[in-house]
Design a protein around this ligand. Structure first.
Ligand code: FPP
Length: 231
């Protein structure tokens, strides 16, 4: 048995909600409802195991091209989740932050995000970072533009400092559920040396045991960050 190493920052591409619903003859939105129920369970377990930051890819900059009804449902679920979070998770010392552009989001959703972020800003133990209207390429462009505006030199470190994730660092482990083997514009810059874990399990079925399997797999990885020594 390899001793379990707990990654400080885990990120998840929660894929497979649509297929989960379709396989049951239900509308895709039912898969998103089921998927959103899974968020609290997995976040609670990850924090219990010692993960400090959990980043979840909830809505990409490219997801606007989905049918209007599906986009509306996802936005409704996100707002409902945030309102619920404000009452519950915030009391458990979890800080909530949202990464992504807010420009295209409704005022209602932006208000809910601001309320959650404000309410939980003093929470120190854990961070739940939800990526909404997020794209990795867009994030890099935004970081470089920020640096240009400030008249600062563009370097790897200065870009890292201007990413949404700068307060909590680079992800150690990126998990993708749903059987696809791609990164889909997620954490492109800060994910340069993340360990990747892919599973066929669809997001609504990804439970505590599946999370532990991913962490056990991570524990067996040899991380060298381009060098020759295991870190
Ligand atoms: C990908 O599955 C999933 C999404 C685009 C949305 C993820 C959203 C949630 C899990 C619910 C809301 C989130 C929070 C934080 C409350 P897909 O629809 O592409 O599935 P498919 O590949 O099977 O079609």
């Amino acid at each position: 048995m390899v001793e379990r190493k707990i990654p400080s920052h885990v990120a998840i591409i929660m894929d497979g909600n649509g297929r989960w619903a379709e396989r049951r003859g239900k509308e895709r939105s039912k898969g998103h409802i089921e998927g959103s129920k899974n968020v609290e369970k997995i976040a609670t377990h990850a924090f219990k195991l010692g993960v400090k930051t959990l980043t979840l890819y909830a809505f990409s900059s490219e997801n606007w091209s989905r049918p209007e009804k599906e986009v509306r449902e996802l936005m409704r679920l996100l707002k409902t989740y945030l309102v619920k979070f404000a009452k519950k998770f915030a009391k458990k010392d979890v800080r909530l932050v949202v990464s992504g552009s807010r420009e295209e989001l409704s005022k209602d959703l932006v208000d809910a995000i601001c309320e959650c972020e404000n309410l939980s800003k003093e929470n120190k133990d854990f961070t739940l970072n939800i990526a909404i209207n997020y794209g990795g390429r867009q994030e890099i462009v935004r970081a470089v533009n920020n640096l240009i505006k400030k008249g600062e030199e563009v370097t790897v470190d200065s870009i890292l400092d201007n990413l949404y994730t700068s307060p909590f660092g680079e992800p150690d482990l990126i998990i993708r559920t749903g059987g696809e083997y791609r990164i889909s514009n997620f954490l492109l810059f800060q994910g340069a040396y993340s360990e990747l874990y892919f599973t066929d399990v669809l997001w609504p079925d990804f439970n505590e045991t599946e999370l532990e399997k991913a962490l056990d797999d991570f524990s067996r990885r040899k991380r060298r960050f381009g060098g020759v020594k295991n870190v």
